[in-house]
Write a protein that binds this ligand. Structure first.
Ligand code: PLP
Length: 443
């Protein structure tokens, strides 16, 4: 075998080589079709090969692809920042553009800290988060992430920010039931604030719906209203990590709209460009920017490719496409259909413990004993088996961990929002065959 040069996720595995994509399908070098039931990493929300986006890309490339943001501003970036503010609750956000979700959450973290510094509150430097969470792979973002597997190697370098219990009703960390619990998981933020001291806390970050670290975990009604109230009372900025949930994925433009909560800062990525180019963003409310505008007048963040005109033009075209085709509504309607089909499937598959999610961000959690909600031993590698077997059958699904501390198995199903009902039926049938075959192996 020829020696390789590209570092891939698993270095002992042979990867198929993608040739092209169209709609919800990707095709490899042998012409095999794969139904992209995860939109890659919950990213390709408008499907592959959309001509309008390719046209917008070429149009901008014919003008200018790169400028350095300290030398020029550019029209696509200015328009995109305004567009995002128009789409978000309150319509009063500034935006700082970056290139990945990790940079977006880390920039939000830094701006939250800078906000308090500009007000002379230099002790407020921690950004609390939940144990079941993933906010990114760079060290600041990883400090805020509870994802056990991704943290492990770097623990000595990380801050211990994920201290709050997750809103995970399927296996409640407090062994309680909603609504009698009184949303104890939200009260856990208050407990952490009392222990650490609000004078040390700049912000609290949460994914509206937990993604990779839990598998589409939707909090109970009233949770975010309570979280926001605790944050406000303690002068803590609330950061919504909408990297996975943002831009129509859950049936609303922003996930937090489902709970009517306006975050002080928002991190965006993935669906912002639907994968056509790398771009992400930290959105910042007026009142958070105000002390910076009055003070140093300089946001201490940024990358060479920040506010890149090429990426901004692509993102604008993606947002237009999403609005033109009302893909937030499509996510709601098709998500309801896929969820109902998966619930039927769980009645026929003993190893499906839970089916959950919102819009087209759905997940299936696997258990060895449904009544006892017992996870499989990790040595069984159930998530990998499902992913690999589905792949062989031409179906792409995304790994997640179930369980409060990542001890469980789950996969995310989050196809492009343009998927048809027939394609959803194909997805479910292939997924059912996959689950049955894995069940025979592990049960
Ligand atoms: N935040 C959330 C909620 C995510 O799901 C992810 C990626 O999966 C990130 C942040 C990090 O984004 P990226 O992989 O683009 O750095």
């Amino acid at each position: 075998m020829e020696r390789e040069h590209l570092i891939k996720p698993l270095l002992n595995q042979r990867y198929a080589t993608v040739q092209y994509g169209k709609g919800v399908f990707l095709y490899d070098e042998h012409g095999k079709a794969y139904l992209d039931a995860s939109s890659g990493a919950v990213t390709a929300s408008i499907g592959h090969g959309v001509q309008e986006i390719i046209d917008a890309m070429i149009e901008q490339a014919n003008k200018v692809s790169f400028v350095y943001r300290s030398q020029f501003t550019n029209e696509p970036a200015e328009r995109l920042a305004k567009k995002l503010s128009d789409l978000a609750a309150g319509n009063d956000y500034w935006t700082f553009f970056v290139n990945s979700g990790s940079e977006a959450t880390e920039t939000a973290m830094k701006i939250a800290i800078q906000h308090w510094q500009e007000k002379g509150r230099h002790g407020k430097i921690k950004v609390l988060s939940r144990r079941m969470s993933y906010h990114g792979i760079t060290l600041g973002a990883l400090s805020m992430s509870g994802h056990v597997g991704r943290r492990r190697r770097f623990i000595p370098l990380l801050e211990d920010f994920p201290v709050v219990a997750p809103p995970y009703c399927y296996r409640c960390p407090f062994h309680m039931t909603y609504p009698e619990c009184g949303i104890a998981c939200a009260d856990d933020l208050e407990t952490a604030v009392k222990r650490i001291g609000a004078e040390h806390i700049a912000g609290f970050i949460a994914e509206p719906i937990v993604g990779a670290a839990g598998g589409a975990v939707v909090p109970p009604e009233g949770y975010y209203q309570k979280i926001k109230e605790i944050c406000e009372r303690n002068e803590i900025l609330f950061i919504a990590d909408e990297v996975m949930t943002g831009i129509a994925r859950t049936g609303a433009m922003f996930g937090m709209e489902h709970w009517g909560v306006e975050p002080d800062l928002i991190a965006l990525g993935k669906g912002m460009s639907a994968g056509y180019t790398p771009i992400a963003a930290a959105m910042v409310k007026d009142h958070v920017m105000e002390p910076i505008l009055q003070g140093s007048k300089l946001v201490m963040a940024g990358h060479t490719f920040s506010a890149n005109p090429q990426s901004a033009a692509v993102s604008l075209a993606v947002l237009d496409y999403i609005e033109k085709h009302d893909l937030a509504k499509a996510a709601e309607d098709k998500g309801a259909y896929l969820l109902s089909r998966l619930k039927e499937l769980s009645d026929r598959c003993g190893m499906i413990g839970d089916v959950r999610g919102k819009g087209l961000l759905l997940a299936v959690e696997f258990v060895s004993d449904r009544a006892g909600k017992l996870p499989f031993p990790s040595a069984n590698g159930v998530t990998s088996r499902i992913i690999n077997k589905a792949f062989d059958k031409g179906l792409l699904v995304y790994p997640a961990s179930g369980g409060v501390d990542g001890e469980g198995d789950a996969v995310i199903l989050a196809p492009p929002l343009v998927i048809t009902l027939d394609e959803i039926d194909l997805l479910v049938n292939t997924f059912e065959q996959t689950v049955h075959e894995v069940m025979l192996e592990v049960m």
